[in-house]
Design a protein around this ligand. Structure first.
Ligand SMILES: [Zn+2]
Length: 319
């Protein structure tokens, strides 16, 4: 019953205790979920976002333990900082009614409900945007340290988003090694389109870079970041009052683009390591993998489950 619906963050449960009706990071788990049920679905095997970030943090820290211990500052320090901060967010509480005169809400339940609803969306928006920003920061830090003998002018001019894309453009074979990237780029583009306000940017990306490679991922992440940075975005309205798909996608796109950024950080770290680097103990079965193999698959549950790559990967149908 609509009348009984509560929009407040804290609600009283059957046992009489107050509990949170939602957490601001809840949409992270819904944004990239797939229920197609196929055995070879990459998206269904992705770690939840927060665990993915934490896993990448641990891998970089462990592989570079020595460098981090002896170098002051280590070149991985800023990357780890961004990842740690992004993973740290548990919940966020925003109150959009703060600027109003309290009398506005006096004895007017619809107004109170509406403000609670807007505050819920603002909380989810602030959480998503903050996580995205810390991940972008980590990505820029990784790009600035990768292949330092190439594209030096872009480092000097601090054009890291462009530099990341161009490092990948000169390595087109890399996209085949990162499973699921094609499906994820398509998903992120769909979220970006349905969330509106950046349709033209999406058209440009697809026309120039397509929608299936790490290059397209890097360009979408760069465009999305610029779109936010220049104030193009708006917090969505609550889905009970506006278009449901638009409301959800305006939050989801932060997370689908964030997953792409994690892939991009992994791709940069992949470039940074030589193919004959030492094998390391990794994964639940204590299998020996090279750092490059780890960076290709750490985003999946049970990283050892995928058969080894042989030449080109078969194209995966979007799900
Ligand atoms: Zn699927």
């Amino acid at each position: 019953m609509r009348d009984e619906k509560s929009y407040a963050k804290w609600v009283r449960g059957e046992n009489g205790h107050l509990t949170k009706r939602y957490h601001a990071i809840d949409p992270a788990e819904h944004a990239v979920v797939c229920t197609c049920g196929r055995d070879d679905c990459h998206r269904a095997r992705l770690l939840p976002l927060r665990e993915h970030i934490a896993e990448l943090y641990r891998v970089i820290r462990d592989i570079h333990e020595e460098e981090i211990a002896v170098c002051d500052p280590s070149r991985w320090e800023s990357v780890l900082y961004g990842l740690r901060m992004a993973a740290s967010i548990d919940d966020v509480e925003a109150d959009t009614g703060y600027v109003e005169d309290p009398m506005v809400f006096a004895l007017c339940e619809p107004t109170i409900d509406y403000e609670y609803g807007q505050s819920e969306m603002a909380s989810k928006y602030v959480a998503a945007a903050t996580i995205f920003n810390f991940l972008w920061q980590a990505y820029e830090a990784t790009v600035s340290e990768t292949a330092s003998d190439e594209l030096k002018r872009l480092i000097k001019e601090q054009r890291f988003g462009e530099r990341g894309r161009r490092l990948l453009e000169s390595r087109p074979e890399l996209s085949q090694r990162f499973r699921g990237v094609s499906d994820l780029v398509k998903l992120a583009l769909t979220h970006c389109r349905m969330g509106e306000l950046m349709t033209e940017r999406c058209e440009r990306i697809e026309q120039k870079y397509g929608s299936s490679t790490l290059v397209a991922a890097a360009e979408l992440a760069r465009e999305f970041r610029n779109f936010l940075f220049h104030g193009g975005d708006e917090s969505p309205g609550h889905e009970d009052w506006v278009d449901v798909a638009k409301s959800r996608c305006r939050i989801y796109r932060f997370y689908s683009v964030s997953v792409l950024i994690l892939y991009l950080i992994q791709a940069m770290a992949w470039i940074d390591h030589e193919s004959d680097d030492e094998r390391t103990e990794y994964g639940s079965e204590d299998e020996a993998l090279t750092p490059r193999e780890i960076f290709e698959r750490l985003q999946f549950k049970g990283p050892g489950i995928w058969p080894p790559l042989k030449g080109e990967m078969p194209a995966t149908a979007a799900c």
